[in-house]
Design a protein around this ligand. Structure first.
Ligand code: DC
Length: 231
């Protein structure tokens, strides 16, 4: 059967990566978490003090972009590819609320975007890729055979992200998580370069009232139909 490219876009905490990982595993495809790449650049900017609560030194970050090497290494114990920054596994640092509070601003920088889009297109050169993010169906893979756009209410998404962070032992407040989700929605969908918008040919799925399992099966049906069309 012919392999296809699956682009999954949507607001933060819509469960894109959960369903994308499961889909990739089921199909034997490669999963690429493009948000992790923006988080890795943000982590680098934080480590070098290019970004903090008071200021964001965009020029310094841009002048260091060539020093930022991001890779994914499959970890069979967890069952997915973890993100590495210059050969250091940074998976456990990049999902914190602190990184989340800066990442949308880093993702607004056009030079960061063009650098990461190039790398994402390289990773997707061979078919059989599931990639999730904000601009995958519009910018990274405008010719993807299947484009999905996931949505859910901000409160639903904040609840999901809050329980994930609490499970990991992070001391966070629900109101702060909700504020972060709403703030990122606004920046992600209003930025000048590649704002989060639904591609015209994307299929929209509101998963506010779906369990992870339900969502997976709804999407798997759509994928199977698409695979038949492309067979
Ligand atoms: O999917 P995520 O929450 O891990 O993404 C983190 C941030 O990265 C998100 O707020 C917006 C940005 N992002 C982006 O601008 N383009 C992408 N393709 C993926 C993520």
């Amino acid at each position: 059967m012919n392999k296809i490219t699956i682009a999954i876009d949507g607001f933060s905490s819509t469960g894109k990566s959960t369903v994308a990982k499961r889909l990739a595993k089921h199909l034997g495809y490669t999963y690429v978490d493009s948000g992790a790449m923006y988080r890795a650049v943000t982590w680098y900017a934080m480590k070098h003090n290019f970004i903090n609560r008071e200021r964001f030194d965009v020029d310094s970050l841009v002048s260091h972009l060539d020093d930022i090497h991001i890779s994914f290494v499959f970890n069979k114990d967890v069952g997915f590819a973890e993100v590495y920054l210059n050969d250091e596994n940074i998976e456990k640092y990049i999902r914190s609320l602190e990184v989340s509070s800066f990442v949308s601003r880093v993702a607004e920088v056009s030079e960061v975007r063009s650098q990461l889009v190039k790398q994402q297109q390289k990773l997707g050169k061979v078919k059989g890729v599931v990639m999730d993010g904000r601009d995958i169906g519009t910018v990274v893979f405008p010719n993807a055979e299947l484009k999905l756009f996931l949505t859910a209410s901000p409160e639903n998404r904040a609840k999901r992200r809050f329980s994930e962070l609490v499970k990991k032992g992070d001391a966070v407040l629900y109101d702060d998580v909700l504020k972060n989700v709403e703030g990122r929605d606004y920046i992600d969908s209003h930025r000048k370069d590649s704002p989060l918008i639904k591609a015209e040919d994307a299929i929209e799925i509101d998963n506010s009232n779906m369990s992870k399992d339900e969502q997976f099966h709804v999407i798997l049906d759509i994928v199977n139909r698409k695979l038949k069309e492309n067979a």
